[in-house]
Each structure stands twice: as C-alpha cells, then as structure tokens.
Design a binder for this molecule. Structure first.
Ligand SMILES: C[S@@+](CC[C@H](N)C(=O)[O-])C[C@H]1O[C@@H](n2cnc3c(N)ncnc32)[C@H](O)[C@@H]1O
Length: 239
C-alpha cells in the first residue's frame, strides 16, 4: 500500500497507493519538514526559552517532521515531549525499512524511531497514538502544546482532519503563544481555523508551494494577503 519515492533533496517519502497521495512534496521531504514545520513553529527558539517543548504532531507518517523538531532542538538544553497521531502503523514500519537517508536526516530519524520503539534514549519522549486522531485528540491528558504540526493528507482525500470540529479541538489544545503550521492554504481550512478563534498568518513558500497557513492565539504572524483577510472577515462577520 505504501510506495517509497526519493524526493529532490535526497530524502524519502512514502505514497499511500489507496489514496494516490505522497506524504510530502516531491521537491524535498526533509526540506518540507524543516521549513514548513520546525522553523515557522519556532521549535529552536522554544528550545532556548524553556526546558521542555511540547509538540502536537498530526500525521506521524515517516516521522520526518518529528525528526526535524529534534534537529531544531540540537544544541539547546530542551527536551522534546511530543504526541503524534497516526492511523496506519504500516507507514512507520515502511519508514524504518528505508535505507540510504541523507546524512543530515539519518541520526534524527533514528532517534524518532528509537523513541517510538523500545529503545528510547533518556530524555526523548514521543508518544505515538495509533488510530483516528479525531477519536484520540479529545482524550489527551498532556498540557497545552507549544507547537502544532498539522500534516494530514489533503482535504480532497482526507477531509476528516480538516473539519471545523477537529480544528477547533486542535486549537483548544494550543498554548497562547503556540504556532500551528500547515501546508494547506485553502480558504475553507483558513476559515475553520479562524472560526476556532485563532489569528491566522501566511506560512512560508516551500518548494513549489507558494504559501501555507500559520495560526496562533496570541503570537504575531506574517500577515495574509489583504484580499484574503477581507474575505475571511466578511465570512466571519456574516456567518
Ligand atoms: C502527509 S502524511 C504525514 C507525513 C509526516 N508528517 C512525516 O513527517 O512524515 C499524513 C499521515 O496522516 C495519516 N492519517 C490519515 N488520516 C488519519 C487520521 N484520521 N488519524 C490519524 N492519522 C491519519 C496517514 O496515514 C499519513 O501517514
């Protein structure tokens, strides 16, 4: 069901053959993990500010976004405490079986795999929650999260993790200064995040994707285009 594909920066992704969708942009899976998720969610800065960085990772996939979070914390004194949701345990088994990763990825991904398995290093804490994220998110005990990586398959093939109800639950788990990042720039997704009460911002250009979406309760974010802000304001005011 999962087919490996080498992306343009040398890192692997996996394609779900049932949905016909790869876990990453083919322009670079590792690039996407670093630039779409770890950087805009300020993981390194968080690691300089506090002893523990709490991360909510939606769509574990190969574990690359988690690996990028660990890489971002390198050289800080902070520990990662992540909760990661995945519906299909097979994707992780496939990720473990892939060899010949770029040298800059391999140690971090190995640490993710170790933390998810029996040989966790003291300090790393990555709790894998297997099953449908919609069912499990409301039952989490963890404290508010400092960062959220929202990385499900696209709304066209997996609309359930983009629903207004699910995104409102995600928002309710975020600390005031937390930043959520996603690759989606769809108006419907932005409207749902805004309806949850979050302030929105423009996520960076990564590979072929001109922009994504950032969201936070209280942190200032790079502004969306004016016409999108106005359209959102109209819909929020009128609906
Ligand atoms: C785009 S991939 C994630 C890539 C991943 N972030 C990484 O760093 O490799 C999306 C993942 O979400 C998982 N998924 C899809 N629907 C889900 C659901 N309802 N609950 C939890 N995980 C789900 C898929 O199995 C897939 O592994």
């Amino acid at each position: 069901m999962w087919t490996p594909i080498r992306t343009a920066d040398g890192s692997w992704t996996l394609r779900d053959e049932t949905l016909g969708q790869a876990c990453h942009s083919l322009s670079g899976a590792w690039e996407q993990a670093r630039l779409r998720y770890a950087e805009p969610c300020r993981v390194r800065e968080l690691g300089r500010e506090r002893p523990v960085v709490r991360l909510l990772d939606i769509g574990t996939g190969l574990g690359l976004n988690l690996a990028a979070a660990l890489a971002a914390l390198d050289g800080t004194l902070a520990r990662l405490e992540a909760v990661t949701f995945e519906r299909d345990a097979q994707v992780l088994a496939h990720s473990r079986a892939l060899a010949d990763w770029p040298a800059e990825v391999e140690p971090w991904l190995q640490r993710v795999h170790a933390a998810l398995g029996a040989q966790a290093r003291a300090g790393d804490s990555i709790r894998l929650v297997l099953g449908d994220a919609r069912e499990h998110l409301p039952t989490l005990d963890e404290a508010p999260f400092d960062a959220v990586f929202l990385d499900p398959f696209s709304p066209q093939v997996a609309p359930e993790l983009w629903s207004e109800a699910f995104l409102a639950h995600v928002a309710s788990r975020m600390a005031a200064q937390a930043v959520l990042s996603t690759y989606s720039a769809s108006f419907a997704v932005r409207l749902s995040l805004a309806r949850a009460g979050l302030t929105l911002g423009r996520g960076p250009r990564v590979g072929a994707k001109a922009e994504g979406t950032l969201a936070s309760w209280a942190r200032a974010l790079p502004p969306l285009e004016g016409r999108i802000e106005r359209r959102l304001a109209r819909r929020l005011g009128g609906s």
